[in-house]
Design a protein around this ligand. Sequence first.
Ligand code: ITT
Length: 202
Amino acid sequence: GKLVIATHNPGKLREIAALVAPLGVEAVGAEELALPEPEEIGNSFADNADLKARSAADLSGLPALADDSGLCVDALHGRPGIFSARWAEDADGNRDWMRAMERVWTEAEATEPDAAPAAHFVCALAIAWPNDGQAETFEGRVDGTLVWPPRGDRGFGYDPMFIPVGHDQTFGELDPEVKHAMSHRADAFGKFLAALREDPLQ
Ligand code: ITT
């Protein structure tokens, strides 16, 4: 059957399409179905993933998988967190990742000048079925440190400034396969797969 990947972010769509490929479902992006972007009014990654999945499932009549994710910096008490995308936006809503990374680095450095700032990515995945009030959510995480200047042009978002624990290259430099094997998204997806084994998609 079909599964809607309820994201308007091409970087996420690429990664989630790769993760769901082995499931044998036909992945369809939210843009392809011209689904609107619901307002992310939740107070947590899980709440926002839940509302994006339910909106896409109800409007498309298909099961929908949504991702809400972000970068949490220890020195910034977990910010930008659920505001990770908003930190990239200018007054017209255009996104500039260099601007977002610069803000993160500047604020982290102002708090802890000499340390390599500790940070982690969080990903909440939510799966929803049409007209079913409940979505199920799964949360994953990867720990690391931040570097400046950003390095590498792979991945998306904050990847060029994030070095995962156990590596010395950023997610922007590492092979996408390496990121997929250890990322916050892969961690959440593993939990989703474990639940699917109990309760399959069809
Ligand atoms: P959708 O809501 O349409 O899925 P979005 O980009 O608005 O797309 P979020 O609200 O979840 O999604 O914002 C998450 C931001 O966190 C995202 O735009 C990235 O900048 C950042 N982020 C999440 N996962 C990341 C990853 O794997 N690598 C780098 N940055 C990531």
